[in-house]
Design a protein around this ligand. Structure first.
Ligand SMILES: [Fe+2]
Length: 294
């Protein structure tokens, strides 16, 4: 909201300076680059308040800070591929910027990124945004949309809603979020010997097995549920199964271009089972790409 002041100059008489406090004139902040800049600055300051001299804490705060920056880049890229206008691109980036704002409090309080072992980070994020009143200047309809999309970004499925805009931005965020998590985990799996970080893989044991329910999900081309995870291999298969929950052509293209499915397959230690799982997700990806290009 803007509380403006107006300067009135009357001719034929000494300049009369009237400052009229326009307390009744409320103008919602525009969805433009300026508003986005204000939010980015706030985000940077907010995250810095969680920096710590404890290496482990600091590393995980920076991890989520970088993740947020990357999700902002991914969402812009997907949005651009859909020819979104500036207002929609800004709205998408605001959603990406704040989608994991609850992660910082979560890690500070519980030392984990596991919602199961702490609390739902999406709902925690809404509490943070409300407490900080950061979105107060926005139009109520935009604020409602942002809160809704953030609140369900970590659900297994997007809840049914009649509003196509809510669904659209929800799908956009989920695709962008997945792309960067795939980036983080594939990098981590490759370099895990050097930089072990149990918080990133939810302390799951690295045993050479997969759970039957997880394997059944992948073979049925279904999205694996977090509650079914028992091993690190289960978690890797869950990430492979994200391909079944991708929404936009650009996201499928990026998954292929960056070889995310192959990178996960190569770090599974399951023998023939890993090829079987990989074949299913890869076939699904190819089918989708064929549909896009036909
Ligand atoms: Fe995220």
């Amino acid at each position: 909201m803007i509380h403006g002041s107006i300067r009135i100059i009357c001719s034929g008489s000494p300049t009369i300076l009237m400052r009229i406090r326009c307390v009744f004139m409320k103008t919602a902040a525009l969805l433009d680059k300026k508003t986005l800049g204000v939010y980015r600055s706030w985000f940077n300051g907010f995250v810095k308040s969680f920096y710590s001299s404890d290496k482990e804490i600091h590393r995980n705060i920076v991890l989520k800070e970088k993740h947020t920056q990357n999700v902002c880049s991914e969402i812009k890229d997907i949005g651009a591929s859909l020819d979104l206008n500036t207002e929609k691109l800004v709205l998408a980036e605001i959603i990406a910027l704040f989608h994991d704002i609850g992660r910082f409090e979560q890690y500070k309080k519980y030392r984990t990124f596991s919602d199961q072992r702490s609390e739902d980070h999406a709902l925690l994020g809404i509490k943070v945004l409300e407490k900080e009143s950061i979105l107060e200047g926005l139009d109520q309809s935009h604020k409602d949309l942002i809160y809704w999309v953030i609140s369900c970004h970590n659900m297994v499925k997007i809840p049914e809603t009649a509003d196509p805009e809510y669904m659209f931005f929800s799908r956009l965020l989920r695709d962008a979020d997945k792309l960067d998590i795939l980036n983080i985990v594939t990098h981590y799996y490759k370099n895990r010997e050097a930089v072990n970080n149990n918080a990133l893989v939810h302390n799951l044991p690295d045993t050479p097995v997969i759970s039957d329910s997880v394997k059944a999900c992948v073979l049925a081309r279904e999205y694996v549920r977090f509650d079914d995870l028992k091993t690190l291999n289960d978690y890797k298969l869950l990430q492979m199964s994200w391909v079944f929950d991708i929404n936009f052509p650009r996201t499928f293209e990026v998954i292929k271009e960056r070889h995310y499915l192959e990178k996960i397959r190569d770090v599974l230690n399951l023998g023939s089972e890993q090829e079987e799982a990989y074949a299913v997700v890869r076939a699904f990806l190819e089918e989708r790409l064929k549909c896009i290009n036909s």
